[in-house]
Design a protein around this ligand. Structure first.
Ligand code: URA
Length: 216
C-alpha cells in the first residue's frame, strides 16, 4: 500500500486541519462541516495526480487544444453519517463520479469493546472501476475494513483509493493487511495514539457529532 500523508509539507491544508481540531472553532458546526469539505477538495486534487489520463481535443472559439483529462470511472463510497461532508468535498471535484453509501456504526459490547455493524448498502457495480473509499476518521480501521468486505459482492475495482482526514498509525497497519497491496491511502494527517474507547488522540473528538449534533 502506498501512503500519502498530506500535512508533511506546509500548505493551507494545515489551517483547515487546525480548525477542525480546535475546541473553540469546533463550536461552529457549519465551519466544521465546511472545513472537512475543503479538506475533501484538497484530497481530491492530490488524488487526481494518481489517476489515468487520456488526451481530449477541445474546441475553443479560436482553435483547438489537446488537453489530458482523467479517464477513470470513479465510484465514490462514503460511510454514513460522519462521511457526508468529506463526500461532498470529494464530489465537488470528482463531479461525474458514481456514488455509494454504506452505514456502519460501533455496537458497544461494554465501555471499551465494540463490534462494527454494517447495515445499509447502496452501491453501483464496482467492476473495473476506481473505488474511492472515504472515511474521515481512520481510528481503529475496523469500519473501513468491514465496509470493504461488504463491497466485495459488488464487483472487483481496477483501483482502490482510500481518502481520509485523520488516521492512527494502528489503523494504517490494520488496513495494510486487509486491502490489496496496490491500494493507495491519501490522508491529511496521522496521530499516533488511540484511547481505550478507540478514539484518536489528540484527534478531534466525534466527527459525526461535531458535524451533525450529538446522538443518543
Ligand atoms: N470516530 C470519530 O469521529 N473520531 C474518532 O476519534 C474515532 C472514530
Amino acid at each position: 500500500m502506498t501512503v500519502h500523508i498530506l500535512d508533511d509539507k506546509n500548505s493551507l491544508l494545515n489551517k483547515f486541519i487546525s480548525e477542525i481540531r480546535d475546541v473553540n472553532v469546533q463550536k461552529d458546526s457549519m465551519r466544521f462541516r465546511r472545513n472537512i469539505e475543503r479538506i475533501g477538495e484538497i484530497l481530491a486534487y492530490e488524488i487526481s495526480q494518481s489517476l489515468d489520463y487520456q488526451n481530449k481535443v477541445i474546441t475553443t472559439s479560436l482553435g483547438t487544444k489537446i488537453v489530458p483529462v482523467p479517464k477513470n470511472d470513479i465510484v465514490l463510497c462514503s460511510i454514513l453519517r460522519a462521511g457526508l461532508p468529506l463526500h461532498t468535498g470529494l464530489l465537488n471535484y470528482f463531479d461525474d463520479a458514481e456514488n455509494a453509501f454504506i452505514s456502519a456504526y460501533r455496537k458497544h459490547i461494554n465501555e471499551t469493546e465494540f463490534e462494527i455493524k454494517v447495515e445499509y448498502f447502496a452501491s453501483p457495480s464496482l467492476e473495473g472501476k476506481t473505488l474511492i473509499l472515504a472515511d474521515p476518521m481512520l481510528a481503529t480501521g475496523q469500519s473501513i475494513v468491514s465496509v470493504y468486505e461488504g463491497l466485495k459482492n459488488h464487483g472487483t475495482p481496477k483501483k482502490i483509493i482510500l481518502a481520509c482526514v485523520i488516521g492512527s498509525t494502528e489503523a494504517i497497519e490494520l488496513i495494510k493487511k486487509h486491502f490489496p497491496s496496490t491500494t493507495e491511502l491519501w490522508i491529511a494527517t496521522v496521530d499516533t495514539k488511540l484511547n481505550d474507547k478507540g478514539y484518536i488522540v489528540p484527534g478531534l473528538g466525534d466527527a459525526g457529532d461535531l458535524a451533525f449534533g450529538e446522538k443518543l
